[in-house]
Design a protein around this ligand. Structure first.
Ligand code: EAX
Length: 328
């Protein structure tokens, strides 16, 4: 073979390109993150921002593929997948989380938080940050708290103004022992169910109602299958961005920081969307035909929950609940 200078340099260029491509391919790791709600939702915004920020902060070495609408499974299934490592990441409500990290149960106690500012301060403060570390020994790295929002009741049967109005309503609940105990205490016939099944269950009348934040009600178009909405705000529902522990530990120190910072940015965007959804939710859902009771007397619901709350005080410690309730 007669290699002149020009063809040699071409060969070198070609080799260089090939090596560069190989290096590029080898250096890019793709991960999966899932949510149970739509892309156009507070959680969709959260994981979209997370994916962008991870890619940006790791100079494209990590790519996060986003999956919406429970397409990888419901929240419990996704958490299981993250724990096993068949999926690296998920953004989930705390609904099914106590089945994995029992310490989180306390967060879902009804009427624990006054408002979103209170909840966000507690979760971003020492209590919430300490709670994130409880995931470490269970196969997770909990990257950050994000938000689902204050949960409200919907049903297809009647206006709910007073706790008595809930008696006998068959409602889908999350697979969360605290929710189930509280709703039973209100006389609700509880039917725990994974989120991806809820729309059909409401449509077919398998259950009369469900409860979720305005963000979820709008994103999931529950107005198409539910007539009555009461702004009970009975439980504050956080979200978590969870990562498989081993996948996190494989990251360099700088990349660990990048993932945590990306999760914080995701939470910021997600909470801003919850605020926007809360601001427009009632008028939007009314315009879609829902009857919205927006002057619920919450004190009556708190009073109706007194016996259940006494149980919660025994279970979680009154001092622990008060410390959260009284946090500024
Ligand atoms: O995280 O299961 C639920 O009702 C959750 O609030 C929903 O999946 C969004």
């Amino acid at each position: 073979m007669n290699l002149n200078k020009q063809s040699l340099s071409r060969l070198a260029l070609g080799l260089g390109l090939a090596l560069g491509l190989m290096a590029g391919a080898a250096a890019q790791t793709t991960m999966k993150i899932s949510i149970s709600t739509a892309k156009n939702s507070h959680q969709g915004v959260g994981i979209d921002v997370f994916a962008q920020e991870v890619e940006k902060r790791t100079a494209g070495r990590y790519k996060v593929q986003t999956f919406y609408d429970g397409s990888l499974g419901g929240e419990r299934e996704s958490i299981e997948a993250v724990q096993l490592g068949t999926q690296e990441l998920t953004m989930t409500s705390t609904g099914p989380v106590p089945n994995f990290v029992p310490e989180t149960k306390i967060i879902d106690v009804p009427f624990l938080f006054r408002d979103k500012a209170h909840a966000r301060a507690v979760l971003d403060g020492p209590f919430g940050q300490d709670m994130l570390t409880k995931f470490d020994s269970k196969g997770f790295k909990a990257l950050a708290w994000a938000e689902n929002g204050f949960r409200h009741m919907t049903n297809s049967k009647r206006d709910v103004k007073l706790p008595e109005d809930l008696k006998g309503l068959k409602m889908r609940t999350m697979e969360n022992p605290v929710h189930i105990a509280a709703y039973k205490g209100l006389g609700i016939v509880t039917t725990p169910m994974a989120f991806p099944e809820v729309f059909t269950a409401l449509q077919q009348g398998t259950v009369d109602g469900q409860e979720n934040p305005l963000s979820v009600i709008m994103a999931s178009k529950f107005d198409q299958v539910q007539k009555h909405l009461s702004l009970t705000g009975h439980v504050y529902s956080p979200c978590l961005i969870l990562m498989n522990k081993a996948s996190f530990e494989k990251l360099s120190a700088a990349d660990k920081t990048a993932f945590i910072e990306a999760a914080k940015e995701a939470a910021k965007a997600n909470r801003a969307r919850v605020d926007a959804d809360d601001a427009k939710g009632v008028s939007e859902l009314r315009s879609k035909g829902m009857v919205v009771i927006d002057n619920v007397d919450k004190a009556k619901f708190v009073a109706a929950l007194a016996p259940v709350n006494a149980e919660f005080e025994k279970q979680f410690g009154k001092a622990n609940l008060d410390a959260i309730r009284n946090a500024k």
